[in-house]
Design a protein around this ligand. Structure first.
Ligand code: ATP
Ligand code: MG
Length: 339
């Protein structure tokens, strides 16, 4: 079989499951903007069907979807350059997701650490959707034949599963149809940790607001959270290896580097030897400088929800134009009659 070469296309998504965090910004949105500027076709989604794998109040979901769209745009995504839309308006995601439920294996799903983390001790009571989440995520990506997916480190396992789904589909049907998508996990902060616990990922669904910086936090709140962030009593090292076994220190240095578009080495050569009492105020100033223009713009955009809905409607129509022919072809490969 001759190998099909797929045109480069970037897809990624974020759940409207709460406010955006600094982790989402540094691990995902900032990378989304870089890829938009690289000139490749880019599609960025608000994955509302994923959000409801855990309970969402309907009014909050609507608000959070618009706020996420505002966050995308405020951070530099341009609806004229990137296709911005919410997942439920493009039904091909759910349709391909069903087909992938029949391709993916129970054993694959059982190995997913996100399910284990989110379901916790009460897995029997988790929704079936939370368990099947990675099959829908594979569909989100592959319905566009996406070649590159910028994500944070925590999504690496789901990207591997996406490749497994594509390979099994191609093999089972004897086709070379779905591409082997590459994860793009880049930057100094691919895994931003909780400010309260250096072993836990910063998450928008963490019950503790002090654990994260929200994109909508004002300067005073950002300053308070960073001042209270857990650290250790030692001074900062001058080299990266000095951050080993110091997860909280490493986290704050990584955040500084990512916000300032610097390498961790470059940051440490400037701040090595400083105490946290000196470094934390530097981080506060940098975080406020970088985040406050974004939060101000988000608030401005949120004053006109009809305009946000219009942008999502327009993006969805453009996304459907790419997705629907791929869905039709998939149905044909599988053997469905589409008269
Ligand atoms: P939830 O707690 O509801 O899962 P989340 O903060 O993990 O929310 P997601 O919508 O699951 O956000 O993820 C959106 C994107 O943000 C993904 O690419 C994910 O890898 C990235 N991301 C999430 N948290 C972090 C983090 N702490 N550091 C870096 N990237 C992150
Ligand atoms: Mg998550």
């Amino acid at each position: 079989m001759t190998e099909v070469v797929h045109t480069p296309r970037v897809f990624s998504g974020i759940q409207p499951s709460g406010g955006l965090t600094l982790g989402n910004y540094l691990g995902a949105i900032k990378r989304f903007v870089d890829m938009q500027e690289s000139g490749i076709e880019t599609l960025y989604c608000m994955v509302d069907l994923h959000a409801i794998t855990v309970w969402q109040d309907p009014a909050d979901l609507r608000h959070n979807t618009r706020e996420l769209a505002a966050g995308y745009i405020a951070a530099g995504l341009d609806p004229a350059k990137s296709i911005l839309f919410n997942q439920s308006q493009v039904s091909a995601h759910a349709e391909l997701g069903w087909i992938f439920n029949c391709v993916a294996r129970m054993g694959w799903m059982k190995r997913m650490t996100q399910f284990k983390d989110k379901a916790g001790k009460n897995a029997e009571n988790a929704s079936l959707g939370l368990f099947g989440y990675p099959a829908l995520m594979a569909a989100d990506i592959l319905i566009y034949h996406s070649t590159h997916v910028p994500v944070g480190e925590d999504q690496k396992q789901h990207l591997e599963l996406t490749r497994d789904v594509a390979a099994k589909f191609n093999h089972d049907f004897g086709v070379d149809f779905f591409p082997m998508t590459e994860p793009v996990i880049e930057g100094a902060a691919t895994r931003v940790m909780s400010l309260r616990d250096g072993s836990k990922k910063m998450s928008k669904s963490d019950p503790s607001d002090a654990s994260r910086i929200n994109m909508t936090d004002d300067a005073e709140t950002i300053a308070k959270k960073i001042r209270k962030a857990k650290t250790d009593p030692d001074a900062l090292p001058s080299e990266v290896k000095g951050l080993e076994d110091r997860p909280e220190a490493r986290n704050l240095v990584n955040i500084f580097a990512a916000l300032n578009d610097q390498s961790v080495d470059a940051v440490l050569s400037d701040v090595g030897g400083k105490q946290f009492s000196e470094f934390k105020p530097m981080l506060v100033d940098l975080a406020v400088e970088k985040l406050s223009p974004i939060s101000t713009e988000m608030a401005r955009l949120m004053n006109d929800p009809a305009e946000i809905d219009r942008i999502l409607g327009d993006g969805s129509a453009r996304a459907r134009k790419i997705a629907n022919p791929i869905l039709e072809k998939t149905y044909d490969i599988v053997g469905m009659i589409r008269s």
